[in-house]
Unconditional design. Structure first.
Lengths: 240, 409
């Protein structure tokens, strides 16, 4: 019994690289989830806050519906694999985002359409190694990742900082020239059941645009939903 | 002087054939020169027309950063338009707003440059209304219409009456979207606009981009295309500020200014070539006539004609010859010019789609334009060349030794 407890403690104190990567990949999403998120965007030109509901299944399927402000309410984005559609209730049309506009901003935020589509998983698209341990990296693990040669990834390098109890602290993204281009900071860690902890606040800072950021605050996060693949189709895109 | 004139006139007609041949050759030179200049000026006027009048206007007003950075938020307040309307010399002023958007039909989508224009004012500044090949331009006072470039309409697979969705990121970051109805299709000659341009009313675009009462550009036509600078100066004094810049067309587009300055340069080349040849012809004629008349000129000298008067005689002869040539040349050239102005030269056989010039497509029929200063230059050049090239034969004649020349055959 004593041995078992010691083993469990050792396991808890020493997460594997896979667990660290999974914790980062699944932040705010889990495997299947539905969440209500407040998005606050600050740029040189404008500042806006919107509320949205997001359904996710893995990284392949995402549906996001704008709830507020009223002007944009009902605008819905569907992502299935590498395709992205926007439903526009005002004109009652669904438009597929063409390749030429993938680098454009999603809903005015610092996320591009490409970020949604090419949402890559550190655990699948990257080759990673632990480059920092709690004793020499301020109590956290640092996992450094470079994309696999064939991975559809725009980053040159990604480094995730994760606490020993598997909660991401921040993820930094470098471009192919080795320049730090953006940082995602995680905070407001809460229990989400089953002994899992997740950050309820994320802040994306683009380093080429000083003073600008996109902030995501989770108002709710339900990781227990069961979503059908069929939920993520063009019909549900147009449902009010 | 009247003595010299009489003698010179008689001398010319003693060698009727030679004088006429020389005069005719020079006249043909004059006529060709006039025709070439008329064609050249016509071509540049066509370029000016398409490039300046259709795109740049005479004077432009915009936010100083907008032309370079094209940031959507670098706008002008719309009330500036009223002040421009009140400026003496303003013939028409057209407000514009623009932004990139994704246009979609039922089945297809394409990126497009949305040009927000005032349906009433725009046709007064640019001939866009005349470029409509199907339907009508945006009806004044109405919103919700869209006029597509020919190839853009093809790409979207839409025609008159079809609806088109526009989606874009508005200035406040929201996803601007709107539904428009196709009222017309244009073929402008500008490859960019035909391929990706779409006109909507400026009010509609202000809504779509969430830029209420804001403009990117005001394009102005003034009452005198040749005297734009003072107008621009006055307007600048009235409305320019940190966020409002006034530019003449040549300031707004230095490359257009450079192209237009080629007009004078190519005129000079034409004049140079034709009169280089004409000058040699006259030199030859006058030399011949001096050689042939050695004995005769010797007699005049022996009778006491002073060398300066001898020079005068030869020069008067050449001026008379030039006058004759100019008279015939003006008649011939006038005929050619009339043809060019009225009928023009149709280049469509060699350029089916029209002539492309720096991305601007010109009408394949180039009509001549006659400028009086051009004709005056040609005439002046004839007299100058005649005098210059007969100077040498004249000096030779003046230096004749009477005794020697009387012995000559």
């Amino acid at each position: 019994m004593m041995m078992l407890l010691l083993a469990a403690m050792a396991w808890a104190a020493d997460p594997t690289i896979e667990e660290l990567l999974l914790a980062t990949d699944d932040a705010g999403r889990g495997d299947q989830s539905v969440a209500v998120i407040q998005m606050h965007v600050k740029t040189d030109r404008y500042e806006r806050t919107m509320k949205m509901q997001a359904w996710a299944k893995g990284t392949e399927r995402t549906l996001v519906r704008i709830l507020e402000p009223a002007k944009d309410a009902g605008v819905t984005t569907l992502k299935v694999d590498d395709n992205l559609w926007n439903y526009l209730p005002k004109v009652d049309r669904t438009m597929k985002v063409p390749p030429g506009m993938m680098s454009g901003s999603w809903m005015g935020s610092h996320f591009s359409n490409d970020d949604l589509v090419k949402e890559s998983r550190l655990s699948e698209d990257f080759t990673c190694e632990i480059t920092g341990r709690p004793d020499d990296s301020g109590g956290n693990y640092v996992v450094s990742c470079v994309p696999k040669p064939e991975a559809p990834v725009v980053w040159g390098k990604v480094a995730a900082t994760v606490t020993p109890d598997k909660v991401p602290v921040k993820v930094e993204y470098w471009d192919e020239k080795g320049e730090l281009v953006r940082t995602m900071d995680y905070s407001d860690v809460r229990d989400v059941g089953n002994g899992r902890k997740m950050p309820f606040h994320m802040m994306l800072t683009p380093h080429d645009k000083p003073g600008e950021f996109t902030e995501l605050t989770f108002e709710s996060l339900d990781l227990t939903v069961q979503l059908d693949d069929g939920f993520f189709n063009l019909q549900s895109l147009q449902q009010r | 002087m009247s003595f010299l004139l009489t003698v010179a006139w008689r001398n010319l007609w003693r060698h009727k054939r030679r004088s006429l041949i020389t005069a005719t050759a020079m006249a043909v030179g004059v006529a060709l020169c006039m025709a070439t200049l008329a064609f050249n000026d016509g071509m540049f006027e066509a370029i000016f027309d398409v490039m300046i009048e259709q795109q740049l206007g005479h004077v432009q007003v915009h936010h100083p950063d907008y032309p370079k950075k094209r940031v959507m938020n670098d706008t002008l307040p719309a009330e500036i338009l009223t002040r421009i309307d009140g400026e003496p010399g303003t013939v028409a002023a057209a407000p514009r707003l623009q932004g990139f958007a994704l246009l979609g039909s039922e089945t297809k989508s394409s990126g497009a440059l949305l040009l927000g224009v005032d349906p009433e004012r725009e046709p007064k500044v640019t001939p866009i209304g005349k470029r409509v090949v199907e339907g009508t331009f945006l009806p004044p006072g109405e919103t919700g219409g869209i006029v597509l470039g020919l190839r853009l309409a093809d790409e979207l697979g839409v025609g008159l009456g079809d609806s088109v969705v526009a989606v874009t990121q508005a200035s406040d970051g929201s996803l601007g979207n709107a539904l428009y109805t196709v009222t017309g299709i244009v073929k402008t000659g500008s490859a960019q606009i035909d391929r990706s341009g779409a006109f909507v009313s400026v009010a509609d675009l202000q809504d779509l981009l969430v830029l209420p009462d804001q403009l990117h550009n005001i394009t102005i036509l003034t009452d005198d295309a040749t005297d734009i600078a003072p107008y621009a100066e006055r307007l600048r004094a009235d409305i320019a500020s940190d966020t409002v810049e006034v530019q003449t067309w040549w300031e707004a587009s230095p490359q257009s200014a450079q192209m237009m300055s080629m007009r004078d340069f190519s005129s000079v080349i034409v004049l140079g070539i034709v009169f280089g040849a004409a000058g040699l012809g006259i030199l030859n004629t006058m030399m011949m006539s001096v050689f042939e008349r050695t004995r005769e000129l010797g007699v005049l000298k022996a009778l006491g004609l002073r060398p300066t008067r001898m020079v005068g005689l030869i020069l008067v002869e050449s001026v008379l010859l030039a006058s004759l040539a100019v008279s015939i040349g003006l008649a011939l050239g006038g005929g050619l010019d009339a043809f060019l102005v009225l009928r023009g030269i149709d280049l469509s056989a060699s350029a089916k789609e029209g002539i492309s010039f720096s991305g601007v497509v010109l009408d394949p029929v180039i009509k001549g334009v006659v400028r009086w200063e051009g004709v005056a230059q040609v005439v002046g050049a004839v007299f100058f060349v005649s005098l210059a090239s007969s100077l040498w034969p004249a000096i030779r004649a003046a230096r004749l030794d009477p005794v020697e020349s009387l012995r000559a055959e």
